[in-house]
Design a binder for this molecule. Structure first.
Ligand SMILES: Nc1ncnc2c1ncn2[C@@H]1O[C@H](COP(=O)(O)OP(=O)(O)O)[C@@H](O)[C@H]1O
Ligand SMILES: [Mg+2]
Length: 465
């Protein structure tokens, strides 16, 4: 039961923090109090020692003035005997310890004899804690040799000061203890509340409920930074989830169309008896649709490889002019068949380190579109220009063009300007997205611009290094 409570309490962040604060504060207060206490004790003793030294000087002066040791002592005793504040006791001895004069009480403070120490403290009555500070000094008097004077002062007053300060310390420490607990709990409440809020909100967030965000705490501290970071992370997760949802919806939508068409063709074919030519035509149509599906699945596979950062780039240093000419030769009969003027406007010799297969795929996607969206008697031109650090490849046509508002979006996956424009040759809207990904893995870029009169120009920039 007790250990359970202990575990529960110490699993709380604010309590842990408070205990830590309190012990740290207590330790600091103890160290500081001890330091100040010992400084005070040291200073008080020093003050008494100074007083004793002055009194000793007075005594020796008196002896010298009276020119007699006992007389001088008596005179000095007369001067000091009325003192209430720090009363002084003393005795004077020959250098071999024979007492010449002593205050009545001195023998109870210190037994006979010379101690050979300048300053020291003796405790007379342990129960009453009576302590005396002693000062021992030697002086020579006339030609009678060396004498020893011992003076004592009761340390009662300084002991009282020390006692009071010790009492103050012991009263202050529990107050500090209580105050630090209260302050610690109060200070730790704020981060605890915020952490609890973070936990509660993040627990509520599931794939079905990604829109929720943490409320921002006031101030500009690390907790605000943490909240902002979590919200930013949630934004990213939400947009990734939405992208995946959209992707799945687009794929199923794009697959449904050709599959429904195939199904429709077959249903019509089997609805009644037909001749061999009809069946061949149905099979031919189905084959075309299936080709579309295969193309789309292939495109999706390529995109998924890019998403997984598995580019399989096989870089080699090749002349891009060769690739451009290859494209030209391949598409020339197709263009001719559609009565499209097709020519190369400019073709510099540019060597670059690229994946030959991927750049061919990029150019072929652009050419596919150009042929698809350029009507009879219009033209398609290719060009390759070398700049200082990059190669500029252009595929330009004078076809139906792309509205200005769609230019930014055409590189997004599944984006189609208006599916009805493609007629029978409808694609899935993946070709330009693949072009963009290919240009990007080469460290380049792709952009589209409307031509002044008609048509559109696609520009691919590839870095030379
Ligand atoms: N040369 C072009 N002329 C006009 N429209 C184009 C051209 N190239 C692309 N588009 C438009 O951009 C859209 C996206 O092209 P793309 O990604 O290749 O998809 P699709 O699979 O439909 O060919 C097309 O639907 C088309 O409307
Ligand atoms: Mg296309």
């Amino acid at each position: 039961m007790l250990s359970k409570l202990k575990v529960k309490l110490f699993s709380r962040f604010d309590i842990k923090l408070t205990v830590f604060y309190t012990f740290a504060l207590l330790l600091i207060s103890l160290i500081l109090s001890s330091f100040f206490y010992y400084r005070l004790e040291h200073n008080l003793l020093k003050q008494i020692d100074r007083m004793l030294k002055d009194e000793a000087k007075e005594l020796i002066l008196e002896i010298e003035e009276d020119n007699h040791i006992v007389k001088g002592c008596k005179e000095f005793f007369g001067d000091i005997s009325h003192r209430e504040f720090y009363p002084v006791f003393f005795r004077v001895m020959t250098h071999d310890g024979v007492t010449l004069w002593t205050s009545e009480y001195f023998s109870t403070i210190l037994s006979k004899g010379i101690k050979e120490r300048e300053h020291f403290t003796v405790t007379v009555d342990y129960r009453k804690k009576k302590r005396y500070r002693i000062y021992e000094t030697r002086f020579s008097f006339k030609d009678q040799g060396v004498f020893v004077a011992q003076l004592a002062i009761n340390t009662k007053r300084s002991d009282k000061i020390l006692e009071t300060s010790l009492e103050n310390i012991f009263t202050a420490i529990p107050v500090v203890f209580l105050l630090s607990i209260c302050c610690g709990m109060y200070i730790a409440q704020k981060p605890r509340k915020i952490l609890r809020n973070i936990t509660a909100v993040t627990r509520r967030i599931t794939s079905q409920n990604l829109a929720e965000r943490l409320s921002l705490p006031p101030g500009q501290d690390e907790i605000r930074d943490l909240t902002l970071t979590i919200n930013f992370m949630l934004d990213n997760i939400e947009s990734s989830f939405n992208e995946i949802r959209q992707f799945t919806a687009d794929v199923s939508h794009e697959l449904r169309n050709p599959l429904s068409a195939v199904k429709g063709e077959i249903e019509v074919a089997v609805s009644r008896e037909r001749n061999a030519t009809d069946y061949r035509e149905t099979l031919h149509n189905c084959l075309e649709r299936i080709d579309d599906i295969i193309k789309m699945v292939n495109d999706l596979f390529i995109i998924s490889r890019f998403d997984a950062k598995k580019y399989d780039l096989k870089l080699s240093r090749i002349n891009l002019a060769g690739l451009l000419k290859e494209m030209y030769v391949f598409f020339l009969p197709i263009a001719r068949e559609k009565n499209i003027h097709f020519f190369i406007k400019r073709c510099d010799t540019v060597f670059a380190s690229v994946d030959r297969h991927k750049i061919l795929q990029l150019l072929s996607n652009l050419m596919d579109n150009a042929v698809k969206f350029t009507p009879e008697n219009q033209s398609i031109t290719l060009s390759l220009i070398e700049h200082s650090h990059e190669a500029e490849l252009k595929v330009s046509d004078s076809g139906i063009g792309i509205p200005e508002t769609d230019l930014e979006d055409i590189f997004k996956r599944f984006y189609q300007v208006d599916p009805s424009r493609s007629g029978d040759e409808r694609g899935a809207g993946l070709g330009l997205h693949i072009c963009k990904r290919i240009a990007e893995v080469h460290g380049g870029s792709i952009s589209a611009k409307r031509n002044k009169i008609k048509g559109v120009t696609f520009t691919v920039i590839l870095p030379l290094k």
